[in-house]
Design a protein. Sequence first.
Length: 191
Amino acid sequence: MNAALRDYLLQVLQLPASRLDTLLALSHTVTYGKHTRIGTPGKVFDRLGYILQGAVRTFYINEEGQEISYLLQVDRDFFGDYESYITGQVSDLAIETLLQTEVLFFERRTIERLIQEDPYWMGFAKRVSDLVFLDAKRRFNELLFHNPEQRYRNLLERSPELLFKIPQKYISSYLGITPQSLSRIRKRLIN
């Protein structure tokens, strides 16, 4: 792990270096190819991922059999079906890489064991929970309060590189519009 990423994790997770070393020793890193399924509906998602590099989408399949992108996440984002992670219930969501993606995974049983051994880790778990909640709240607010053009602008501001690496069909699904509507928004913003 490079020094910049390590420093970022220390800042975001608010852990002393020795605690980060403990956590990293108990986690594992996996590199996936493009369009690899990481999570599948009907299975428990018992780990949280942290994207070191790449992009994933979390999606569900609606009644018509269409894939609806619920979340698009990139470098330095946590991802997973947090409801499944917390409850141990099967997930309704699918998670797929959109690019070659390197992920640092935190297994639920490992975090629970750390918390049992040392209450310090409860603060870490809360911090991660807070980050996941704030990301979900941001997404909820976008859907509730912003029109598709503003959602596109927000995505452009948050992850400009994403818009040039990911197929338009996933971006339009995430925004809740058709690819044709996305093309019109892009054209309008360019002019």
